[in-house]
Structure formats: C-alpha cells, structure tokens
Design a protein around this ligand. Structure first.
Ligand SMILES: Nc1ncnc2c1ncn2[C@@H]1O[C@H](COP(=O)(O)OP(=O)(O)OP(=O)(O)O)[C@@H](O)[C@H]1O
Ligand SMILES: [Mg+2]
Length: 365
C-alpha cells in the first residue's frame, strides 16, 4: 500500500523477540500526513509490537521504518518527535496536572514561560482549564485519560501513537472520549496511529483500518470498504457480523460465480476467493442485507429456511433461522409498521442480491 510522501513507512518490517517466531511478518504500510490509522486485531496479533517499533522502544528485526522519508531505525525514541498514550495512562502521581503536562516540554528544553502558555492552551483543548493544580488521584478516570492525551500532544508532535488508550474506561466514557480524540485529531491535523481490539471504536474513529492477524495485515482499507468488501473470511468475521455458508464454485462469469452449496442449492455471488471451478468457498452475507420472505421476483436469490427464534431488540428483530444446513443463520428485520407477523417454527424463504454475497476463502463450519 504505497502513498506519495508518506509520513510513516514500514518497509518490509519484521519482528522476533526470541529469534525464532516472527510476531510481525513483512509489515508494509504507508501512513499519510494527517491520517488517523487504526491497527485492529485480536490479542497477540502484533499491534503493540508494531507501535513500539515505530516509537523506537523495540528494534525491528528486519526491514526499515521511515519518518518523513528518513530511516529512523537508529534514531532514539526521544528524537523521533512522537507523542504516546498508553493504556494505563501512567501520569506521574506526585506531580500536579500542570506539572505532568510541562514535563515533556521541560525535557525538550522549552522555557518555563513558553511551557506555561502551552500547558494552558492544551488544557483548554481537552476541556480541563481549571484542573492544572490538581493531582491525578483527584481526577476521574476519564479526566486522567484526557490529561494523558494532552501530555502526548503538548509538545506538538507531528505524530501521536495511542495504544488502547480507552481500555480502562466504561462504555459511555469510552464513546465520549472517542469523539473527543477524533475532534482533537481534526482540529490539530496531527497524524494518529491508534491501536484497539474494539471494532466499533476502529470504525468510528479511523480514516483507515489495518486488520492484523498473527503479525500479518489481512486488509488495510477505509471502515466502509472493510465492512462492505472484506477480502477474506477472517476480516468478514472480525468486522461486524456475517452469515457463513460453505460450498463449491460451480461456474465463473467474470467477477461473479455460481456456488453449489453443500446443502444442495445453487446461488450467485461476488467471486473474491482465488481459484477455478471446484474451489471450496465460504459465502459471507451480512444479516441486514437479507430479506425474509421476499416478494416473489424482488430479489434474484432465494432459498428456503425455517424460523427458529425471534429476539426483539426494539429497532430491529433478530431472527435466528435454519438455512442451508446451518441453524445459526441470522437475519435482521427492521421493526417497521406493517411488517409481517413472524413466528418461531414458520417455514419461509430468505433472499438477497448477489452483490451482497461474497465468495471468500473457505473456513470450516
Ligand atoms: N517483550 C516481549 N518479549 C517477548 N514476546 C513478546 C513481547 N512483547 C510481546 N510479545 C509477544 O509478541 C506477540 C505480539 O504481541 P503484541 O503485544 O504486539 O500483541 P497485541 O496485538 O498488542 O495484543 P493485545 O491486543 O493483547 O495487546 C505475542 O505473542 C506476545 O506474546
Ligand atoms: Mg497490545
């Protein structure tokens, strides 16, 4: 994924801690100036390690990292001009908020009067103008987190790295801070590399998301593209919910294919998986793209199904069905006036458009 004049470039970067296993394999990523890029992936997939190499706290085993076109493998962390926010925001407990914020300026030899000015400004930015003289223990978790964000920004770094910065906060505060960080990013135009394993956080905040699995980026795209056009079954499953049906490619026509389901039906799908006729595939269909009991002829693909369970969720009804050999087929039905009466046990049909059905690499059921 190459960008003209990227701010950050990982060029074929690898990392091994023990000299045997690679926890980051061939990382090739360009990050544009001003971009908000999120590394998303399960625990142990190499997100923090990638961030630590960029920050300079861990050496890369192989490859090179560039900042503004210059290799930085031999540049120490404090000379990289990078701000950092960690999960356990680690403010100095014996210092006041203002002293915590002045610290990164002091180590950079900023004069006391200039530091005062910058601390004041950053406290306003994170909406804590009155809190300079308090100690961290006298703040709520969310306020401490804002101070940690302020401390990473106060010396006006070109790049800020955030590793699960909201992990310790409850859901409501977390969502509020997501918007605040996003606004700070927009206001300052600073480049942010953000790590989370929370997919909704990644979708809310990011310009682009890199989905990690086992030290490899499975897909690097905008939130929209990641959800609409997952390139493989791992991404389809990791981002949002999807129904999976296994089968075999029966015929290929350009970018679409016909798939013979293991349960016998034949359906048309977007062909994403590589391979010829006979290739095994897992079809991926989002629950909100499925029509339950569609009017005859209104959608090109219909197959029979049976309603197993209805879960009422207010704005929609979650319908669990037996379809094509699985009893975990989920359909989301909008709860609108005049919708059909649904009951467990009903024999019915489900339908969808071929463009909402992606033939991906097979994963065993
Ligand atoms: N200092 C270290 N020494 C040895 N192995 C390490 C070290 N740090 C991380 N690892 C290993 O490297 C792999 C990647 O770890 P990393 O911390 O990058 O994952 P992560 O994606 O950030 O996971 P999480 O979501 O749990 O924070 C893991 O298998 C981990 O055990
Ligand atoms: Mg981590």
């Amino acid at each position: 994924m190459s960008i003209d004049n990227p701010m950050v470039r990982f060029d074929n970067v690898q990392k091994s801690y023990d000299g045997k296993t690679l926890v980051v394999k061939n990382l090739d990523v360009d990050i544009a100036q001003g971009e908000f890029l999120t590394m998303l992936g399960p625990s142990g997939s190499g997100k923090t390690t990638s961030l630590m190499m960029l920050a300079g706290f861990e050496p890369a085993t192989h490859g090179e990292i560039y900042l503004n076109g210059k290799p930085i493998n031999n540049v120490p962390p404090n000379k990289r001009g990078i701000g950092m926010v960690f999960q356990n925001y680690a403010l100095f407990p014996h210092m006041t908020v203002a002293e915590n914020l002045a610290f990164p300026l002091k180590v950079r030899n900023v004069s006391a009067s200039e530091a005062d000015e910058k601390v004041k400004r950053i406290l306003e930015l994170v909406e804590l103008p009155e809190f300079g003289s308090r100690r961290p223990a006298q703040l709520s978790g969310g306020q401490q987190q804002r101070v940690a964000v302020a401390r990473a920004l106060v010396f006006e770094p070109q790049l800020v790295l955030m590793d699960e910065p909201l992990g310790a906060l409850d859901k409501q505060l977390r969502e509020q801070m997501q918007y605040e960080i996003k606004h700070i990013h927009e206001n300052l135009g600073v480049t942010v590399v953000y790590v989370t394993h929370d997919q909704s956080e990644a979708l809310t905040m990011s310009d682009r998301i890199a989905v990690f699995e086992d030290g490899v980026i499975q897909q690097l795209s905008s939130p929209n593209e990641l959800y609409e056009k997952p390139q493989n079954s791992f991404v389809a499953q990791f981002i949002g919910e999807n129904n999976r049906i296994n089968g075999q490619i029966d015929s290929i026509e350009g970018s679409t294919c016909t798939v013979q389901l293991d349960s016998g039906e034949r359906v048309t799908a977007d062909k994403v998986v590589e391979g010829d006729v006979g290739t095994r595939t897992t079809l991926s269909i989002r629950p909100e793209r499925i029509e339950l009991d569609p009017v005859a002829g209104s959608v090109p693909v219909t197959i029979p199904g049976k309603i197993e369970e209805l879960i009422y969720l207010g704005d929609h009804i979650r319908v669990r069905m037996s379809v094509a050999g699985t009893s975990e087929f989920i359909v989301k039905v909008r709860n609108r006036t005049g919708r059909k009466n649904l009951e467990a046990g009903q024999q019915t049909t489900v339908g969808w458009s071929p463009e909402d059905c992606r033939a991906l690499d097979e994963i065993s059921a």
